[in-house]
Design a protein around this ligand. Structure first.
Ligand code: ZN
Length: 330
């Protein structure tokens, strides 16, 4: 199995967005420690809209310089040491600003498809450029902010223009819809990799783009009861390292606690408990690729411990790898 441990590298986007140090820098340094201990490398999808805003506002507010420097230096370090840096777009940064004390985050245009095609081209171009400039390496893989990349027909042209050829946002059977936020992967193919043209959730053998979906797992309500209760109880081990709060997702918690839910395989918090089970189920399906999602901000001491266990147990038999190692110059 080729195993990709992937991290969406970002702060929180609600009213309580948290600090760069606790949401990003410290948890990522823990990932670096695991990677170095075991000789493996991870993939980071960087929220570059935030870097653009930091660059813009640090001129007026010099105390932002520290956040800007620590993020750009950590990304450069990750890239120089063989971790993969790829593109993650949260376009709500276009409508957000810093008021001198905190980020005022406006999510009325949360999805990239909420913008028009000219704006989309411009955003993809500028956001990708930031990462190319920091890393000096090719950026060709994409993870959509909040998994929102439909309808992809609106993004296709901009992606082609900017040589974004691989997407890794789909997780099979995933579905959610609210005012600002929606994705529908209910009909995605039961495959670990496929090509697509205009719909990332639909295989097209002649398609220009590759989809390397995030692996999916079906979780019982009992699992989420445990997850939510542990979050409250054993705070040292189970509370997230990030110091912000997630944006509300109306209705989601109730659904999870009352019915089976199809979820991405994840190392966030208690989800990391399911890594080995997920690997077994993918092996039974004879899949060759396992993509695991995570967010530095949502890691806990427990999930870091579980990730390290998982890497240690499987690094001999399986191939922990990155998008660049597998798909660059294909
Ligand atoms: Zn994100």
């Amino acid at each position: 199995m080729n195993i990709y441990i992937t991290l969406d590298y970002e702060i929180y986007f609600g009213k309580n967005h948290g600090t760069v140090e606790k949401c990003i820098i410290f948890p990522t340094s823990e990932l670096i420690r695991i990677a170095d201990n075991h000789g493996v490398r991870f993939s980071f999808f960087v929220d570059c809209g935030f870097i653009i805003k930091l660059a813009e506002y640090k001129i007026k507010y010099p105390h932002l310089e520290k956040d800007y420097d620590s993020i750009t230096q950590q990304i450069k370090y990750l890239s120089d040491t063989g971790h993969d840096i790829q593109l993650h777009i949260h376009p709500h940064w276009e409508d957000s600003y810093y008021d001198g004390e905190r980020w005022i985050i406006n999510i009325k245009r949360y999805k990239l498809v909420d913008f028009n095609e000219a704006e989309i081209s411009d955003i993809v171009f500028r956001y990708k450029k930031v990462l190319t400039e920091i890393t000096g390496k090719a950026i060709f893989a994409y993870r959509a902010g909040g998994w929102c990349l439909q309808p992809f027909s609106k993004l296709k042209k901009a992606f082609k223009e900017n040589q974004i050829t691989l997407d890794s946002s789909v997780f099979r059977k995933g579905f959610y819809s609210s005012e600002h936020y929606s994705y529908d992967f209910r009909n995605a193919p039961n495959k670990d990799i496929y090509t697509f043209d205009v719909k990332p959730e639909k295989e097209n053998l002649k398609g220009y783009f590759t989809e390397l979906p995030i692996s999916a797992i079906r979780n019982s309500p009992l699992f989420f009861w445990k997850l939510f209760l542990l979050g409250r109880k054993n705070t040292y081990l189970h509370k997230p390292l990030g110091d912000g709060k997630a944006m509300p997702a109306p209705g989601q918690r109730k659904t999870m606690l009352t019915q089976y839910t199809d979820c991405p395989v994840s190392i966030d918090g208690y989800n990391a408990n399911l890594l080995q089970k997920a690997l077994r189920s993918l092996k039974r399906k004879e899949f060759n690729h396992m993509v695991v999602i995570g967010h530095p901000k949502a890691l806990s001491r427990y999930s870091i411990m579980k990730l390290e266990e998982f890497v240690e147990k499987n690094k001999g038999e399986h191939n922990f790898t990155t998008y660049s190692k597998m798909f660059r110059n294909k």
